[in-house]
Ligand binder design. Structure first.
Ligand SMILES: NC(=O)c1ccc[n+]([C@@H]2O[C@H](COP(=O)([O-])OP(=O)(O)OC[C@H]3O[C@@H](n4cnc5c(N)ncnc54)[C@H](OP(=O)(O)O)[C@@H]3O)[C@@H](O)[C@H]2O)c1
Length: 303
């Protein structure tokens, strides 16, 4: 039986990796909280992943075949000031996992982002030249470079704008917007940030496929359509029968966010479609699948 550790199993992606774990795998979840009642179906270990010694001991005891690293520092604006923690999680953790993989002989699946690009000439293939604008993107690129130089078996999935069920009370863009519009709140959404949007369920299914195929290397997994964030917001409102007139466009420059954003971004997903044979939705397709799940059911396509 293949043994897989999901690091960051209580996060947006981690939870879905647990939900979609194929039968016949032995799954071990690792995250910060002392207990995770929602993850009762898997063996769960509470572990601060920045504690290198105890991470090594845990992996030595568990003896996994794979670790999927879905743990990260994901606050893009926070990373500009909280640099030390961002580096510990996004660079030193993958570096330590690579060290452990060499000693203990397991493979790693790692998650990266379009923020490694500057957004001047997107959408990007897997071989495009990175040039991150902010600290989060730089930390994610530093981790990618460690894998590239590691000579271990690994895969890196680049993805962007994840959405899905609200996780541990934390909103993602789609659930936040639905919440705002349901409460008749006016929102301003940027119309100059362009890229794919990704139903986290499809990403999780894709990652399990990578493991089944023993994939090595870098692959983009995201929704198939490139759209600007304002248009995405309008499509969300349409799919969920909410009032589109509450959504006003704004430019990124007007927002004064701490971290610069890649504007003309996006990930070309041909490699995932051709080599992995997975289903990736366009914008309204993904949102309609999510709407079906949002009503408390699981879409039959995912069972
Ligand atoms: N979300 C997106 O739109 C997006 C886009 C592109 C790429 N990605 C990448 O996809 C991956 C997953 O992202 P996500 O959105 O699922 O992130 P997330 O929801 O923030 O999940 C990360 C998980 O890691 C946990 N964690 C943080 N520090 C830890 C520590 N010291 N020890 C153990 N666990 C720790 C977090 O716990 P706490 O919540 O308690 O901190 C959380 O459960 C990341 O590598 C991210 O960079 C995400």
């Amino acid at each position: 039986m293949i043994k897989v550790v999901v690091a960051g199993c209580n996060g947006l992606l981690g939870r879905k990796l647990i939900d979609y774990a194929p039968t016949g795998y032995n799954i071990i979840g690792v995250d910060l909280p002392e207990s995770c009642p929602a993850l009762a179906a898997v063996n769960y270990f509470s572990q601060d992943l920045t504690d290198k010694k105890s991470v090594f001991r845990l992996l030595q005891e568990v003896k996994p075949d794979y670790i999927i690293n879905a743990a990260a520092y994901t606050n893009v604006d926070g990373a500009e000031t909280d640099r030390e923690l961002c580096w510990r999680l996004n660079v030193e953790l993958p570096e330590h996992l690579i060290y452990c993989a060499r000693k203990l002989n397991f493979n790693i699946g790692h998650i990266s982002t379009d923020y490694i690009f500057d957004g001047k000439q997107g959408p990007y293939t897997e071989t495009a030249r990175p040039n991150p604008l902010g600290y989060y993107g730089r930390s994610k690129l530093a981790a990618e470079n460690l894998f590239a130089a590691s000579a271990i078996d690994y895969f890196i999935v680049r993805t962007m704008v994840l959405y899905g069920e609200r996780n541990n009370g934390k909103h993602n863009f789609v659930t936040w917007l639905i919440d705002q519009l349901e409460n008749d709140k006016h929102v301003k959404i940027v119309n100059d940030q362009i890229g794919n949007t990704t139903l986290v369920d499809e990403l999780a299914i894709g990652i399990w496929k990578l493991i089944a195929l023993k994939f090595n290397g870098v692959v983009n997994i995201a929704g198939t359509e490139i759209i600007n964030r304002f248009e995405f917001a309008q499509t969300i409102a349409q799919v969920f029968n909410l009032d589109t007139s509450l959504i006003q466009p704004i430019t990124t420059a007007e927002l004064h966010q701490a971290a610069p954003r890649p504007l003309k971004s996006g990930l070309i997903v041909d490699k995932a479609i051709n080599e992995l044979n997975i289903e990736l939705s366009n914008v309204s397709g993904g949102l309609n699948k999510f709407k079906y799940m949002y009503k408390g059911k699981t879409s039959p396509e995912y069972q």
